[in-house]
Design a protein around this ligand. Structure first.
Ligand SMILES: NC(=O)c1ccc[n+]([C@@H]2O[C@H](COP(=O)([O-])OP(=O)(O)OC[C@H]3O[C@@H](n4cnc5c(N)ncnc54)[C@H](OP(=O)(O)O)[C@@H]3O)[C@@H](O)[C@H]2O)c1
Length: 305
């Protein structure tokens, strides 16, 4: 196994999770918050709403949306491997999951680095015996500034973290995805891949590229029964957007263009991702599903008529 791999102990009885005590959710901070309401234990062949027996890689699973996805997939029966750059935070997360009986392993990995992506996939291949049912490309970052002010380094950081990582991880995962009977790829895009958002030209371009790669791979890999989809969130309460949303005037503007009039929760994204991973969505491929409170379809809906 590659260095930097951490494993949790074998799962305890997951049914006992409902009564286990874990930290209370805080609005923008990640903690072990998910309790599986019910655990799907039957095989995918008999249960279209179960991920039992499936292997999954979720990048960036220690906080925010990625963390919610890890917990959602585990609750549905998958074995999950995740990664992050911060070793201490990864270890803490794995300890918390272990205490809750979640079957999660993790590796320290910066997905913007080609060699580290290769190491990550070598580890995943060894852990899951060359078969990967689910790849969730969750990692992404943002630098907000006018396009003309971008330095070459900033441009390169956004492109390598947000897009090149997705492209290369898909390439590396392909033999393992193809080795299963049915596999899925879900990438976390953004509404910025559809509409213009202030000072986000480069981040938007990377998300637009993910959207088109999703459509192309859906067609290219359909012959292998690999479905490829993306989920495009608007503002979700995570550490990434905590600072920008601390500005009350800005937050009010966000509410005013969001028909549902609120921010999203990470678990409202992870449920959409999980659906796209389930056998229940077996005829859906090449789609980018917005999880955005209606923001991307909003033309003119004044809040005060
Ligand atoms: N939050 C929103 O409002 C929003 C809206 C639209 C789209 N999205 C998209 O949703 C995805 C997740 O965002 P989030 O808000 O959940 O982010 P977040 O709260 O900042 O969490 C990011 C996670 O990814 C890991 N990570 C970051 N960079 C990494 C790298 N280079 N290599 C490996 N791991 C890395 C982080 O751990 P380490 O820091 O330890 O590496 C952490 O676990 C991103 O693709 C983002 O673009 C978010």
């Amino acid at each position: 196994m590659a260095s930097g791999l951490y494993t949790t102990n074998p799962p305890q009885n997951l049914h006992s999770l409902a009564s286990s005590s874990s930290p209370k959710p805080q609005s923008f901070k990640s903690s072990v918050t998910v309790r599986c309401a019910s655990i799907a234990t039957s095989s995918p062949a008999t249960n279209r709403w179960s991920l039992h027996g499936m292997s999954a890689l979720v990048t960036g699973g220690t906080r925010g949306i990625g963390r919610a996805i890890v917990e959602e997939l585990v609750c549905l029966g998958a074995k999950v491997h995740t990664c992050a750059r911060n070793e201490t935070e990864l270890e803490e997360s794995l300890r918390g999951w272990n205490r809750s009986g979640f079957q999660v392993d993790g590796s320290v990995c910066d997905v913007s680095d080609r060699a580290q992506r290769q190491n990550l996939m070598d580890t995943v291949s060894s852990l899951f015996h060359g078969k990967l049912h689910i790849l969730v490309n969750n990692v992404g970052t943002n630098i907000r500034k006018p396009m003309v002010d971008f330095t070459p380094e900033e441009f390169s950081t956004l492109v390598s973290t947000n897009f090149e990582s997705v492209f290369h991880l898909c390439q590396l995962a392909y033999p393992m995805l193809r080795a299963t009977e049915a596999a899925t790829v879900v990438s976390i895009s953004s509404v910025s891949g559809f509409v213009s958002l202030k000072n986000m030209s480069v981040q938007s371009a990377t998300k637009g590229a993910i959207n088109q790669l999703t459509r192309n791979l859906a067609c290219e890999w359909a012959k292998d029964n690999i479905r490829v989809n993306a989920v495009a969130p608007w503002y979700i309460k995570t550490s990434m957007v905590e600072q920008v949303l601390s500005n009350k005037d800005y937050l009010d503007e966000v509410y005013s263009v969001t028909p549902l009039g609120r921010l999203g929760e990470p678990k409202e994204v992870s449920s959409a991702v999980a659906f796209l991973c389930l056998p229940a969505s077996s005829y859906i491929t090449g789609q980018i599903i917005c999880v955005d409170g209606g923001m991307s379809i909003n033309g003119f809906s004044p809040r005060h008529d």
